[in-house]
Design a binder for this molecule. Structure first.
Ligand code: C2E
Ligand code: MG
Ligand code: MG
Ligand code: MG
Length: 286
């Protein structure tokens, strides 16, 4: 029986591979026009202060509204964007759209705007021509103070291209933009790297947060990251908080802020507008 199943697996694997290859070609083809055709959308996920429950930031997460397949998450296509050299185009679109939305929220009379909007930036975007200049242009075009814009880069992005990335990060820092290291704990940066990096925020990777309440290894890692951040004067944000027991553990360990499905999924900009007008108390702090 096992042998028969094995045989089936080979057949379905080939079949699957065939479709995956077709999908991939189609994906690349469609992506090349998707940005220009207005098929990209930004969703925003709130980030909260664990003690006060206050909104501390909104993180912009890109989605592709595929004409036939519907909304596709960033995780499913951003790496392809990089591979087909569209990173700079996507990055510019995301930055401008985030600045435009923030301007709308600041203009709305009935709602308190987020203190900062964070945008995820990939390596290809970060080292594209005059990235810092483009950020400056967007800030002045939409009337934002630099500290109202944050950028998130993954720890592995930093490590891949340290010299070029560092030069751009220093430019952003001079401008006054807030810099967060995303997925922290997964990218093998050394302490000496961290010392060199002009960063403000460490976002603790979801993989250490999800099992926090029950896994002593995860607890040890999060505790070490929080203490490291404290030593460098950085703010810690836990990603992927799905469970109240994780909130309790994070508070105990001294983590500052949290983000995750427990409080809110990433939401379309219009829903965020309504939400900002009547924020709810997700962490039960008030
Ligand atoms: P990230 O920046 O670490 O974002 C967190 C990802 O985890 C998002 O997936 C978010 O929807 C998801 N998430 C948030 N809270 C929870 C939770 O409680 N549980 C679970 N299981 N997941 C949660 P998404 O939107 O698919 O983004 C994946 C990655 O793609 C992001 O990771 C980021 O690195 C990248 N990305 C997203 N938007 C952009 C963008 O505009 N430009 C670039 N270059 N990269 C982006
Ligand atoms: Mg992020
Ligand atoms: Mg992350
Ligand atoms: Mg995140």
């Amino acid at each position: 029986e096992a042998k028969k199943r094995g045989g089936d697996t080979v057949v379905s694997f080939n079949d699957d591979l065939h479709w995956r290859l077709l999908d991939r070609a189609d994906l690349e083809f469609r992506l090349r026009s998707a940005i220009g055709d207005g098929e990209m959308r930004l969703h925003f996920q709130p980030e909260f202060d664990l003690r006060s429950g206050d909104l501390t930031a909104l993180e912009a997460l890109v989605r592709w509204e595929h004409p036939e397949r519907g909304l596709i998450s960033a995780g499913a296509f951003v790496s392809v964007i990089e591979e087909i050299n569209l990173a700079a185009d996507l990055g510019r679109w995301v930055l401008e759209e985030a600045c435009r939305r923030l301007a709308d929220w600041k203009a709305a009379a009935d709602a308190k705007p987020p203190p900062v909007v964070r945008v995820n930036i990939s390596a290809g975007e970060l080292i594209s021509t005059d990235f810092v200049g483009f950020v400056g242009t967007m800030l002045s075009r939409y009337g934002h103070a630099p500290k109202e814009l944050g950028i998130e880069i993954t720890e592995s992005t930093v490590m891949r291209d340290l010299e070029d990335v560092l030069a751009t990060l220093r430019g952003l820092r001079r401008l006054g933009v807030t810099i967060a290291i995303d997925d922290f704990g997964t990218g093998y940066s050394s302490l000496s790297h961290l010392k060199q990096l002009p960063v403000d925020v460490l976002k603790i990777d979801r993989s250490f947060v999800s099992g926090l309440a029950n896994d002593s290894g995860d607890r040890a890692i999060v505790s070490a990251i929080v203490r490291l951040a404290e030593a460098f004067g950085l703010t810690t944000v836990a990603e992927g908080v799905e469970d109240p027991s994780a909130v309790a553990a994070l508070l105990e360990l001294g983590c500052h802020r949290a983000q995750g499905f427990l409080m809110s999924e990433p939401l379309p900009a219009d829903e965020i507008s309504r939400w900002l007008a009547s924020p709810r108390d997700y962490l039960g702090s008030k």
